[in-house]
Design a protein around this ligand. Sequence first.
Ligand code: EPU
Length: 418
Amino acid sequence: MEKFIIQGNNKLKGEIKVNGAKNFALKILPAAFLSDQPLTVTNVPEIEDIKRLLEIIEDCGAKVERLSKGKYKITPPKRPKTDLSKDLVPQLRASILLVGPLLARYKKVDLPHPGGCIIGKRPIDQFIKAFESLGAKVRCTKTKYIFEAPQGLTGGEIIFSKISVTGTESAILAASLAKGTTTITNAACEPEVLALAEYLNTQGAKIKGAGTPTIEITGVKKLKAGKCKVIPDRIEAGSFILMAAATDSKVKVSNCNPDHLTVPLKIIQDMGVKLEVGKNYVEVLSAKNLKPDNIATHEYPGFPTDLQAPMAVLLTQAQGTSEVHETIFENRFMYVDMLNRMGADIKIDNPREITINGPVELKGKELESPDIRAGIALVIAALMAKGESEINNIYQIDRGYENIAQRLQKIGAKIKRV
Ligand code: EPU
């Protein structure tokens, strides 16, 4: 099993480029099945989650070509297999994003219970209700979900009782080809939702209001497919900014869109981190005498749950007591025990809240990455810590961050993959 060995307590320096967004690429690649034309996507991050999705897309019969680094061409088959792989789907919750396009065009999809990491195993009730609102019948057997719409999908009223990012994206994908008009109420407003709608509109879809809580979609008969560039990964950008701040380093995080990070950047600056924010970069200048803060994760544009763990690591360096309230997911404090073993003073008050006392000095330890975002948080902690750390289960980090050891080495991190 591969692991990272990290020598901590040294400053980082230089520039690190942000890759394409995992959580956009995972939506745009399934959109290939909405059209009979090939789709070429650039700036695709070459990470494990994308590799799994491409395997599933290939298993459905599409031709997947890697034209160059980060550039993929997907040619959909005349008639794809819509009985999704029972070996691959349980490895990736985002496989559910294939249901909307396949159901809209081919009227039946069999989806084995989708899985993923620990937080990946979560309910799919919002998706089911959305597809039902578009006229689909959904059955659940011991091993899979069966989605059927023998007459095709029809526009309807989708009201999400809980905001769901992939739920909203699935509804957009499916409703684009449904007969009639669909309204989505309580939609997710994440930049990835807007980017998906913008791409589909360039291919002939009629989607209005994406990026707001109310979306209206007028179904069309056919969609073209063309070229799409994956938007920058705001979570990777935020992770690198927090990494630079936590190690009090001067690092320029480039190729990103700071407009997608307005709230986290405000919080980081209020703590006392000095930043220079450009049009497509954020440079961390210094991070001294940090102030504590109280943070609650929130749907976009609020503080993203995917930056909660890296933020907690930074808060261990603030002078005083901070609180972090996780409102989106349970099971997202699995890194706390490990940070405490490294010398942090963090108390889990309940499954949704922690209290962090700082500042503390962290010491290198043997660690285990529980999920993608907790994994990068442990990398940050190890880079700050005195001595050597070993991080195991790095598949979880590779799921979301491409070639992370090499990229961090370039900014002076002493990290190696063994
Ligand atoms: N939920 C339900 N029922 C559903 C769907 C969601 O109860 O049918 C709950 C979830 O359990 C969670 C909340 O609703 O408590 C929000 O979940 P959401 O559906 O919005 O999450 P998601 O779409 O599955 C995406 C990202 C996550 C990110 C969340 C929140 C992708 C592929 N994943 O997940 O990214 O944390 O939105 O912003 O877009 C990550 O990248 O590490 C990651 C977990």
